[in-house]
Design a protein around this ligand. Structure first.
Ligand SMILES: Cc1cc2nc3c(=O)[nH]c(=O)nc-3n(C[C@H](O)[C@H](O)[C@H](O)COP(=O)(O)OP(=O)(O)OC[C@H]3O[C@@H](n4cnc5c(N)ncnc54)[C@H](O)[C@@H]3O)c2cc1C
Length: 422
């Protein structure tokens, strides 16, 4: 019996991603500390406790509620409220995980100890770090942290999402929205282009003569053919994408005159969504977990840092070979890492792992496209299993696209329920 793409990914998610691990209910003196309560950190905390209920697990995250980036683009088209994409840590606490709302300022890998901003010190047997991304400010002149209040990135969901949403709503009729897309590697490869569709859906209803210009330092992007087909079908000539070969690289933004200086020319904008180049979250740098790429090298089987023993790095901050930086990937890393940590603590050996990723993108409320991949360790690196994945078909009919939009919302509900549900 042959499996289609979706069945294969489902199988990878349900079977291969749940390796056998040691499981004891005796009280455990070993303590695992997890830093970062986003997708990767929250999921690893949950699965550590699930695989080894006796283990003492502490999650450290400064925020008391977490706004997911997945779904945040949908807010621009009024498809979800901010409340619908905000989660708290009560579900994790009910599982017996200690949650401390503070930031880690230092990691002492020799002493196996972390220091919190509030002064508290915690000892760990194993440490899992999932700090997400940070921005490389100033690579484009004018795209600075201070100016993010005028030209929001909205690439960490929350107040930045609200700010960009307000600018979209108050943009003058027939105005110009300019997106400066980031270079590789960055969180959520299809994310900027999903955003274009969501902003276009809003404009089509409320500001039909508006223009969306995407300036891109890349020559291609994820699901490009499908996105371009959808933009044309749904929004006519509202969207214009300029890649690097046609002058999409931006050298400067003047926030006072709202002018963007690209190789293709000088553009006067009404709203600028400048998404800067990215690197691992700041803590990864202070803890010495990064290499020259600005991200964290890890053992592809266990996600243990190759630079510091007993510290595991997962999610966007990790160098995970062919896997894209996504919430789905982060949760996949988390499940593998939880198993690897429990195995290491119980004296079992590491195993070969299968990871998976799925990214749905809405282009309108009834039109979505997707990309999936299943990954294994090949020649010491995480590579995509040949023939395992793919993208939605081109020229599919409206019912197919509408069904994928239903799947997109289902994906969101199930992953957030998996990570933060009680
Ligand atoms: C617009 C947009 C849309 C997206 N859509 C999708 C999608 O549809 N599907 C998908 O799979 N992915 C999507 N993503 C990508 C996804 O959001 C990320 O890949 C995912 O959040 C990565 O998880 P993480 O745990 O690495 O980082 P995060 O989720 O960012 O979590 C990091 C956490 O670490 C905390 N932290 C940082 N430093 C410290 C410290 N010193 N001490 C304590 N805590 C700390 C932060 O407060 C944060 O809560 C999207 C991203 C964007 C921007």
């Amino acid at each position: 019996m042959s499996m289609n793409r979706r069945q294969f990914v489902a199988a990878a998610g349900s079977v291969a991603l749940l390796p056998l691990v040691g499981c004891s209910t005796k009280p455990d003196s070993q303590h695992v500390v997890v830093i970062g309560g986003g997708f990767g950190g929250s999921a690893v905390a949950k699965y550590l406790k699930k695989y080894q209920p006796s283990l003492s697990v502490t999650l450290i995250e400064p925020k008391t509620s977490y706004v997911t980036c997945p779904g945040s683009n949908w807010h621009f088209a009024d498809l979800v409220s901010m409340e619908q994409i905000t989660f708290n840590y009560e579900g994790l606490k009910k599982r017996g995980i200690q949650v401390i709302h503070d930031s880690v300022t230092a990691i002492d890998d020799k002493a196996h100890q972390v220091t919190l901003a509030g002064g508290q010190k915690l000892s760990y047997s194993k440490l899992v770090v999932s700090p997400g991304i940070d921005f490389k400010w100033g690579v484009i002149e004018g795209v600075t942290q201070a100016n993010a209040e005028k030209i929001p990135h909205a690439w960490q969901a929350g107040s930045q999402t609200l700010l960009l949403k307000k600018q979209i709503e108050t943009m003058k009729q027939g105005g110009t929205f300019v997106m400066i897309a980031p270079p590789n590697p960055y969180r959520c490869p299809p994310g900027p282009y999903e955003r274009v569709g969501m902003v276009a859906q809003y404009f089509k209803k409320h500001n039909p003569k508006a223009k969306i210009i995407v300036l891109d330092p890349k020559d291609k992007f994820s699901k490009q053919g499908l996105f371009v087909e959808a933009w044309q079908d749904l929004y006519g000539d509202m969207v214009e994408w300029t890649g690097v070969n046609d002058g999409g690289k931006v050298s400067k933004v003047d926030v006072n005159s709202m002018t963007v200086y690209a190789e293709a020319g000088v553009i006067k904008a009404d709203v600028i969504n400048a998404i800067p180049p990215q690197k691992a979250g700041a803590l990864a740098f202070t803890a010495g977990l990064t290499n020259e790429t600005g991200f964290c090298p890890v053992n592809p089987t266990t996600f243990e840092s190759t630079l510091k023993k007993d510290i595991y790095v997962i999610g966007d901050a990790a160098i995970a070979g062919a896997m894209p930086k996504s919430a789905h990937s982060a949760v996949s890393h988390a499940k593998m890492t939880a198993a690897a940590v429990v195995n290491a603590l119980t004296g079992k050996t590491a195993f070969s792992t299968i990871n998976a990723n799925t990214c749905y993108s809405l282009v309108s409320d009834k039109y979505a496209i997707s990309i999936v991949g299943v990954y294994s360790v090949q020649d010491g690196k995480i590579g995509e299993i040949k023939g395992s994945g793919g993208v939605s078909p081109a020229k599919a009919d409206a019912d197919f696209r509408a069904m994928e939009a239903v799947y997109a919302k289902g994906w969101y509900s199930s992953i957030t329920q998996d990570v933060w549900g009680a």
